[in-house]
Design a protein around this ligand. Structure first.
Ligand code: ADE
Ligand code: ZN
Length: 330
């Protein structure tokens, strides 16, 4: 049993579908008589070869989530799994592309179902959750505009942010500028996946065009120290998922991951799991691996929590509740 399991943890970067336990997806598939056997290995884990194949398996698994009730059940399954790892606060990425195909009326029903279930889990002592709508970059700019409209129409105490995920190499940042402008005008917090599958130029474009306060991953900024210094000076917070990066082959080992170097050079970093069952990780395993690779302990983990709380998109009352739980004063 890890000494870090009970440590209260904040997670800012978790794709709801990507956090679906394989057994949950298989259960839905059998209820709906859909054959998903090719998506799993012999041990029942998700099976994929590389990032593009990961996206294919992710989208195929998601295809059995067909209505708001399925998403409510997914929300509970994910939050209960996180609770067992000491997670007290989660910012979950939700994709209107998979929840009603970008139609605002349908999206409202999906969002309401997830919000209601998240509130029920929190009332039972589970983690608090807020939502970030994500456009899927490889689905193109037209869909990103629809998804941004869904986000803008439903912004509130539960839906707090907007971002972009998917294949970072698809299209130019400017193709997605309208979506970010729409979300910014609606008062949503902004984050963008960049510096994962493309290098410093992609990070610069994301900063210049999307003007986010946070970046998903952002780790390949390390390839250009002037950019690292810009991240530090602007106080851009990185949602780092080292276990995801190592599992997808971005770095050959935990020891080779740049998270400690980025932090040492003054960049604000947080730690998340991204898509935990796909990458055989949990928040506890991330903490264990950071302790082993870089000698991080209670002090560094408290700093991660403080940074995550500051960077979170939580409304003020919720932020104060989480601050109390982690013993920080605001
Ligand atoms: N969607 C789910 N996980 C992702 C990742 N690691 N990168 C980009 N898009 C994603
Ligand atoms: Zn991600």
């Amino acid at each position: 049993m890890s000494e870090w399991r009970a440590f209260p943890k904040l997670e800012l970067h978790l794709h709801l579908e990507g956090a679906a336990p394989p057994a949950f997806i298989r259960g839905l598939a059998s209820e709906k008589r859909v054959d998903l056997s090719g998506l799993f290995d012999e041990a029942g884990h998700y099976a994929f070869r590389d990032f593009r194949d990961f996206l294919r398996v992710y989208e195929a698994a998601t295809s059995v989530l067909r209505n708001p009730r399925d998403y409510a059940r997914l929300t509970r399954a994910v939050l209960e799994t996180s609770a067992a790892e000491g997670v007290v606060y989660t910012e979950a990425f939700l994709s209107p592309d998979f929840c009603g195909g970008g139609d605002v009326v349908a999206w409202r029903d999906y969002l309401a179902a997830m919000q209601e279930e998240a509130a029920a889990v929190a009332a039972q002592g589970g983690p608090e959750m807020v939502a970030i709508v994500t456009a899927v970059r490889h689905l193109g700019p037209d869909k990103s505009r629809k998804v941004a409209r869904c986000a803008a129409e439903t912004a509130g105490d539960f839906l707090r942010g907007f971002g972009i995920a998917g294949d970072e190499r698809a299209g130019a940042a400017t193709d997605f500028a309208w979506a970010f402008d729409c979300a910014r005008e609606a008062g949503l917090g902004l984050t963008a996946h960049a510096g994962e599958w493309a290098g410093p130029e992609s990070v610069r474009a994301a900063l210049d065009v999307f003007r986010p306060s946070r970046l998903g991953h952002g780790v390949r900024a390390i390839e250009d120290l002037a950019l690292v210094d810009r991240l530090a000076e602007q106080g851009i917070v990185l949602e780092v998922s080292p276990g995801s990066n190592v599992a997808l082959g971005l770095y050959p080992s935990w020891a080779a991951h740049p998270i400690a170097q980025l932090a040492e050079r003054g960049v604000k970093v947080t730690v998340s799991t991204d898509d935990p069952p796909f990458f055989h990780t949990t928040m506890t395993r991330e903490f264990d691996a950071l302790a082993k690779a870089f000698g991080w302990g209670a002090e560094e983990f408290a700093t991660l929590n403080r940074t995550a709380l500051e960077a979170s998109f939580a409304p003020p009352a919720l932020r104060q509740r989480i601050a109390k739980i982690i013993g920080e004063t605001q």
